[in-house]
Design a protein around this ligand. Structure first.
Ligand code: SAM
Length: 298
C-alpha cells in the first residue's frame, strides 16, 4: 500500500508535525482533519471525478489534497503558510496532478490561476476545502463575486455558519448571508463533522456545505444587485424590529418617506409588522424593485 495514503489518521498527522517541527497556528485557522472516512465523504459530497479541475483552499499538511488527487484530473491548492509548502511537496510527492501555490487566497486572482495552472482550463472547476474559520465569509464572498463559473463549491465550516447558509425563511439563522449565497447557489448541508476529528480540536462543531449553481433562476431579477444587497443588509440590521422600522432606518423617517414605505409594503402585500426574516429571496427582489420605482432606491 502507498504509505502516503496513511496521512489521515491522528498518529500519522502527529508524526508529520513532529518530523517537520510544526506547531499549528491558531491565527491561520489551522485545524487538521485526521479522519480518512470524513475526507472520503467530502470528496463524495463534491462528486469529484477524473474530469474535474479542483481548487483547494488551505491544504494544511495535505490530507484532503491527497484524497482529491486520487479522484480529480488536477488539483491546485493555495496555502498561505510558507512553512507548510515543503511539507506538502514531500507528502504529495507521488501525486503528479497536484500543484501547490504559496498564496493568500484572498489576494489570489482566481481566473488567472485557473487559466495558467490547469492543463485544460475548460474542464469543470470545483472548489473543495476545509476552510480556515476566521475568514469563511470573506472567502465565500470572493468565490461568489468572482467571474468564474464554479461547477460546485463544497466546503467545511463552523456548523453555525453552515446553518446560516442553508437556512429557510423564518429560521433564526436566516439572514443577509443566506440571501447573498442563495441568490446564486442551491445550498444544502451534506453532513456534520465532530470537533474530535481534528488536531487540534476546535471549540466548535463543523459541517460540510454543498453549493451548486441554482437549477432555477429567481422568478424576478432585481433592477440592480448591489442596491438589493444594500437593502437586504439594512433590513436585517435590527432583526427584532419590524420590516417597516428597518426600512425607516434605511430610508429615513420624514412623513413623505413613511408614506412611500407604506405604499411599497402595500404594493407587495406585506404587513408593516412582518419581521425581515419572514421574507423569501423573491420577496426581497420584488421589494427592491418597488423601492426603486418609488424613488427610494437608485
Ligand atoms: N486542508 C487541511 C485539512 O483539512 O486538514 C487544513 C485545513 S485548516 C482548517 C485551514 C488551512 O488554511 C490551514 O492550512 C491554513 O494555513 C490555511 N489558510 C489560512 N488562511 C489562508 C489564506 N488566507 N489563504 C490560503 N490558505 C489559508
Amino acid at each position: 500500500m502507498n504509505e502516503h495514503l496513511e496521512v489521515a489518521n491522528p498518529v500519522r498527522t502527529k508524526a508529520i508535525m513532529e518530523r517537520y517541527g510544526l506547531h499549528t497556528k491558531k491565527s491561520l485557522g489551522q485545524n487538521f482533519l485526521t479522519d480518512l472516512n470524513v475526507l472520503k465523504n467530502i470528496v463524495s459530497a463534491a462528486k469529484i471525478t477524473e474530469q474535474d479541475n479542483v481548487i483547494e483552499i488551505g491544504p494544511g499538511i495535505g490530507a484532503l489534497t491527497e484524497q482529491l488527487a486520487l479522484n480529480a484530473k488536477q488539483v491546485v491548492a493555495l496555502e498561505i503558510d510558507d512553512q507548510l509548502i515543503q511539507v506538502l511537496h514531500e507528502v504529495l510527492v507521488d501525486y503528479h496532478n497536484v500543484k501547490i501555490i504559496n498564496q493568500d487566497v484572498l489576494q489570489a486572482n482566481l481566473p488567472e490561476i485557473i487559466e495558467t495552472q490547469f492543463d485544460d482550463p475548460s474542464r469543470p472547476i470545483k472548489v473543495v476545502a476545509n476552510l480556515p474559520y476566521y475568514i469563511t465569509t470573506p472567502i465565500l464572498m470572493q468565490l461568489l463575486t468572482s467571474p468564474v463559473k464554479w461547477d460546485s463549491i463544497v466546503v467545511m465550516m463552523q456548523k453555525e455558519v453552515a446553518q446560516r447558509l442553508a437556512a429557510t425563511p423564518g429560521n433564526k439563522s436566516y439572514g443577509s448571508l443566506t440571501l447573498a449565497v442563495q441568490y446564486q447557489m442551491d445550498t444544502h448541508i451534506a453532513f456534520d463533522v465532530s470537533r474530535r476529528v481534528f488536531i487540534p480540536a476546535p471549540n466548535v462543531d463543523s459541517a460540510i456545505v454543498v453549493l451548486e449553481p441554482r437549477s432555477q433562476a429567481p422568478a424576478v431579477l432585481p433592477f440592480d444587485e448591489r442596491s438589493m444587497f444594500r437593502l437586504i443588509k439594512g433590513c436585517f440590521a435590527h432583526r427584532r424590529k419590524s420590516l417597516y422600522n428597518n426600512l425607516q432606518s434605511v430610508f429615513g423617517k420624514t412623513p413623505e418617506i413613511r408614506t412611500q414605505i407604506n405604499a411599497v409594503l402595500e404594493q407587495n402585500d406585506l404587513s408593516p409588522q412582518i419581521r425581515p426574516e419572514r421574507l423569501s429571496l423573491d420577496q426581497f427582489i420584488l421589494l427592491t424593485n418597488s423601492c426603486h420605482t418609488a424613488g427610494l432606491l437608485s
